[in-house]
Design a protein around this ligand. Structure first.
Ligand code: GCW
Length: 718
């Protein structure tokens, strides 16, 4: 038992630690001293010697990065530096090229991997175990990624603005590169490597050909140099018209010999600057971007052109399926499937088609995209959006792991039950995939999928805490963890992130994790409940805009909610657009039948009368209103729980989140008041009991247009 005065001193010190301001810069790699002395002593004894082991057993910059991290991490956590020994050892085959195994042995802890990068990943994993106070006594962990290419996609522009970015400017200081290297680049790479992310597309899919000019390739090469020890490979977006814009050609036709040569030469030039360049990400013939269809060629022609250019260097092409066109009369939901399914098997082996989680566009909730499972002879990548374009930017909390799990775990029933979206993208759903010869020289043997990719649109920027909202790095973290292992649960990830970010305090952990886990459903409740979608304000996509009309129909809200005096919702059954026909029959049947369609997807697939009887016993109109109110109420409940953490979290982050929750509560009310009053003009029914009367008139809310991006907020009532 510690003597009293000492205990008091200890308490004072730990209070001082708690109160210390934290600006969030260190993300989940904080390494603050563990307050519990006996725990610290145990860990110090167990980690006295750490063996870093690979079959090659040679030092490298990656091993040096692992050493640095373990040394500074353990010095911070335990106050002692471990003895690090680098040894030769065979790695179990199951680890693959990037996996690791951690083992407690009588002489110390072993971090074993087939390659240096696995040692680095294992070192981060070991630190995470200590940071989250896990026992090491019987440590025997093996872990290997399920997906090969785990990527961040930055939508960063040449002028350092970030499309749909809410955390300041782009991290990449183009004007200072390649000469000056911000220390932030290394911290970015550390954060990525700590999660096992191994690829980064530096720039926006709305692409700028300038990034492929020699001056910018030198800048990208400088970034690649900083990232390389951390196993993070650099990719670029390819603007399809680059041969015209920077190459002086008259055409970008993918079958034109001069164009083919231009891309081959460009690839050679890129690989000279960046020998481990990952490849190209391409958005073509979508939202005004140029592409092969400008020359009456197909997406396969376009993708294969670039794939041919990078293939000799081992590069890949990630071709996006986010295509739709207002001139095509069919439901936007169906267009990507209609375009791409006929091209299945027509892509070169180093092409992957990147598909957003849902068929419309990163809505707060979307049923999984019908392309998953529908192209068995083509590797498909899953694209998720970490940045919260439709979920409140960086002013609202929406922890997205539950949403991503919903998609990853969705069963496509293609080719058979159990083929979840996760298994489609990791290649295990369809092991007998046939790789068809694309060019006559290929042999076309039966192979298992070799290419697997997952992408997350980054939420990073120059804000000191990286992501704007102090709780928003949880989404970067969750994305990285799921990219490594999609079988983790949202609750596990929330628990880990909270411990790493706020410490292991018994009060803080359950409070923060329960707020995190409820948050995405709460945003759905107060913005687009029961399958409503795309009813946000125009352009900036923040805040309500169910009235948005005029211009391109598929960019209006009316196109999606179809509200009239009879009812609301988009009929995608056979009586309507029959988008359901693009899913496996088992899936389509479940959504088509009102008896089995879950409430959460109802208005995505059905147009229903306002007095449709819901499972709750309420009529549809009442349920819609009650969801909006529930969203507001839940945010209020977070405010109360957060307030209980005063003193248990450093003041800086505590106050910041407190202010943001107050803002979120008001923004939730704006959503509620705007949507319920707007839909009431059709439903012509009163608000049900339990829903507060609106604080603002519909006319006033409509006149604001951009309530959430404007700095001035609406006054308390109007
Ligand atoms: O969601 C839409 C966004 C655009 C984005 C596009 C895409 C990069 O509003 O800002 O452009 O998707 O994913 O290509």
């Amino acid at each position: 038992m510690t003597p009293r005065p000492l205990r008091a001193l200890f308490l004072l010190c730990s209070l001082a630690l708690v109160a210390r301001a934290d600006d969030g810069y260190r993300l989940w790699l904080r390494y603050d001293r563990i307050a519990d002395e006996s725990l610290r002593r145990d860990y110090a004894a167990q980690t006295g010697t750490i063996f870093l082991a690979t079959p090659g057993g040679a030092e490298s910059p990656t091993i040096a990065a692992a050493r640095d991290e373990l040394t500074s991490g353990l010095a911070g956590l335990l106050g002692t530096a471990p003895k690090l020994e680098f040894i030769k050892a065979e790695a179990p085959a199951a680890l693959g090229p990037e996996g690791y195994s951690l083992r407690a042995t009588p002489r110390g802890i072993e971090v074993i991997a087939a390659r240096d990068l696995g040692v680095l990943y294992g070192s981060f994993a070991l630190l995470r175990l200590i940071q989250t106070h896990q026992p090491l006594g019987r440590l025997a962990v093996t872990s290997a990624p399920k997906i090969q290419h785990r990527m961040l996609n930055h939508w960063d522009n040449l002028n350092r603005s970030v499309e749909r970015g809410y955390a300041g400017q782009s991290l990449w200081e183009w004007d200072k590169l390649p000469g000056e290297l911000s220390p932030r680049y290394r911290d970015y790479a550390r954060a990525c490597a700590s999660l096992g992310l191994n690829g980064t597309v530096l720039v926006n899919v709305n692409a700028n050909a300038q990034f492929l000019t020699p001056a910018y390739l030198a800048k990208a090469a400088a970034l690649a140099g900083v990232f390389r020890p951390y196993g993070l490979r650099v990719y670029l977006t390819a603007r399809f018209s680059a041969p015209i814009e920077i190459g002086g050609l008259k055409t970008a036709d993918p079958l034109d010999p001069a164009v083919i040569k231009w891309w081959h030469d460009k690839a050679t030039e890129i690989y000279r600057a960046i020998p481990d360049f990952g490849g190209f990400l391409v958005k073509a013939n979508s939202e005004g971007q140029p592409g092969p269809q400008n020359y009456q060629r197909t997406h396969a022609d376009g993708a294969n052109l670039l794939a041919g250019a990078v293939a000799p260097h081992g590069g890949i092409v990630i071709w996006r399926a986010f295509v739709y066109d207002a001139n095509v009369p069919d439901d936007r939901h169906k267009q990507a499937y209609n375009e791409f399914v006929p091209l299945d098997g027509r892509f070169r082996d180093n092409v992957v088609i990147q598909v957003k989680n849902g068929a419309i566009d990163f809505m707060p909730r979307e049923p999984f995209h019908p392309l998953f499972g529908a192209m068995p002879r083509t590797p498909l990548a899953l694209e998720l959006q970490i940045t919260q374009e439709y979920l409140g930017g960086s002013t609202q909390l929406a922890f997205l792991a539950p949403m991503w799990k919903e998609v990853l775990d969705a069963d496509t029933f293609r080719p058979r039950a159990g083929a979840t979206v996760a298994r489609v993208i990791d290649g295990t759903a369809n092991v007998a995939r046939v790789s068809r010869p694309v060019n006559p020289a290929d042999t076309g043997q039966e192979t298992r999928a070799t290419l697997s990719v997952i992408a997350g649109v980054a939420n990073t920027g120059t804000d000191r805490n990286w992501s704007g909202h102090p709780l928003a790095p949880s989404n970067w973290y969750a994305y990285g963890r799921l990219a490594w292992d999609h079988t983790l649960t949202a609750a596990q990830i929330a628990d880990e992130w909270t411990r790493l970010t706020f410490g292991n305090d018994a009060r803080v952990v359950p409070t923060v994790t329960s707020i995190l886990l409820a948050s995405r459903e709460t945003v759905v409740d107060y913005s687009m409940p029961l399958g409503l979608h795309h009813i946000m304000a125009r352009n900036h996509h923040q805040g309500p805009g169910p009235w948005v009309a005029g211009g391109r129909p598929d960019w209006t809200s009316l196109y999606y909610h179809r509200a009239d005096e009879k009812g609301v919702g988009f009929d995608r059954t056979t009586a309507g657009s029959n988008a359901l026909g693009q899913y496996a029959p088992e899936v389509a049947r479940r959504w088509a039948d009102l008896a089995t369609c879950p409430d959460r997807d109802l208005l995505w697939f059905h147009h229903l009368p306002w007095d449709h009887r819901m499972r709750s016993g309420n009529i549809l109109w009442d349920d819609i209103c009650l969801h909006y109110q529930r969203g507001v109420d839940t945010v209020r409940s977070w405010q109360k729980s957060w307030d209980t953490l005063a003193g248990a979290i450093d003041e800086e982050r505590f106050k910041s989140v407190q202010a943001l929750f107050a803002r979120q509560e008001r923004e939730a009310r704006i959503w509620r008041d705007a949507c319920t009053q707007y839909f009431a003009t059709f439903a012509k029914r009163p608000l049900p009991a339990g829903v507060e009367p609106p604080a603002w008139t519909l006319g006033y809310l409509r006149s604001l247009n951009a309530p959430f991006t404007a700095t001035a907020h609406p006054p308390a009532a109007k």
